[in-house]
Design a protein around this ligand. Structure first.
Ligand SMILES: *Cc1c(COP(=O)(O)O)cnc(C)c1O
Length: 370
């Protein structure tokens, strides 16, 4: 599904030098490399504040803590996503309110968000699923009308560009009040372990979230509120700082592979190519087909027999997950998400796919689907 070895070999010198520098300086925690990467990521994204943290899940949790939400407050999130999005909501005693997604883009359904708003709603957490932004213009409008916070889950979409109706553009993660991303190794900007970051333009929120990520203190050993311990370590920051200058090339390589897939499958009625969200570029964290009128699981195992990995992101929507079963929801309530869970299939997607591999993957997929 990914090829991190080849990608490493291309920039081995820079990565190794960065790691070596950290080891020799012994500044493993909050060292200068973290500050350097933070500044470079602020410049890249245009976010006023980047707060490096331990991983993307922590980023989401610290964001919700930073907003000062209270138990019982409702947070709207799509039911078709990675579990982390709802997990942190539940962990904080907030109430996840899940909504359906759009069949074509697989992103949150804006009309469903509107319908889900109650007097208890405090925040919306749109997920930029598979690498393209949710309809942020409309989401920000809804949020403004109802005085809600927006926390973008941009864990899969770093580098995606959103264009507003007035022509201005912003990067994924810098549109809502807060944005969160992950540097999990297979993410578009991945480190060699765990890592994450929070984005915001709000000085007070940034100050508060920085303190929360550091045991709730502004001054060492003086704890103003209950916090957590969540840091990006210096070795990971050095790796990320070496990779960040290549992020745009990485995105271009993913797009090229996606274009190849799109072209190959465009005329096949059983394989629906990913729909493009209006106003957003797509950075293709995943290339996810919908298999219709054919057996998805059979196709997957036949591909595996031919040496082609394919994954199901995600097989079970949130409202059907055992830990999240809720009497408010029953099977059938979110028909699009439930249908997607049954038909999605993600093909290999990374920066090192060459024409030969793409030709092998697409010709075998077409051969098997008939
Ligand atoms: C990867 C991911 C996360 C969590 O990131 P971690 O760094 O693994 O904690 C959250 N949400 C989405 C949509 C993700 O893809």
């Amino acid at each position: 599904m990914v090829d991190l070895q080849t990608q490493y070999q291309r920039i081995k010198q820079d990565i190794d030098a960065g790691i070596q520098e950290v080891i020799e300086s012994a500044a493993f925690i909050k060292g200068p490399k973290v500050a350097e990467f933070q500044a470079h990521l602020e410049a890249y994204t245009g976010a006023k504040h980047v707060i490096p943290v331990g991983n993307g899940t922590d980023a989401l949790q610290i964001a919700l803590m930073g907003l000062g939400l209270k138990p019982g407050d409702e947070v709207i999130t799509p039911t078709f996503t990675f579990i982390a999005t709802a997990e942190v909501v539940a962990l904080l005693g907030l109430t996840p309110v899940v909504v359906d997604v759009d069949w074509n883009t697989m992103n949150i359904d804006v009309e469903a968000v509107r319908r889900a708003i109650t007097p208890k709603t405090k925040a919306i957490v749109p997920v930029h699923l598979f690498g393209q932004c949710a309809p942020m213009d409309e989401i920000m409008k809804i949020a403004e009308e109802h005085h809600l916070f927006v926390v973008e889950d941009a864990c899969q979409a770093i580098g995606a560009q959103y264009t507003f109706p007035d022509g201005t553009t912003k990067q994924a993660g810098t549109i809502g009040h807060i944005g969160c991303t992950s540097f999990f190794p297979s993410k578009n900007l991945g480190c060699y372990g765990d890592g994450g970051a929070i984005f915001t333009d709000d000085d007070a929120l940034a100050d508060r979230m920085r303190a929360i990520a550091n045991h709730g203190c502004h001054i060492r050993y003086h704890h103003d509120e209950v916090g957590v311990n969540s840091r990006l370590d210096s070795i990971q920051a050095a790796i990320l700082d070496a990779k960040l200058p290549h992020l745009n090339e990485y995105i271009a390589a993913r797009r090229k592979a996606a274009d190849y897939y799109d072209k190959a499958f465009a005329n096949n009625s059983k394989l629906l190519i990913p729909g493009r969200q209006a106003h957003s570029t797509h950075v293709f964290h995943q290339y996810t087909l919908r298999v219709v009128g054919a057996n998805r699981d059979e196709l997957r195992s036949q591909l595996a027999e031919r040496g082609i990995p394919a994954m199901i992101y995600y097989p079970v929507p949130l409202h059907q997950q055992k830990a999240y079963l809720d009497p408010r929801y029953k099977d059938g309530d979110f028909p699009v998400a439930e249908r997607l869970a049954e038909c999605v299939l993600s093909l290999p997607m990374h920066t090192e796919l060459d024409e030969e591999q793409l030709a092998y993957i697409t010709s075998n997929t077409l051969d098997l689907i008939g």
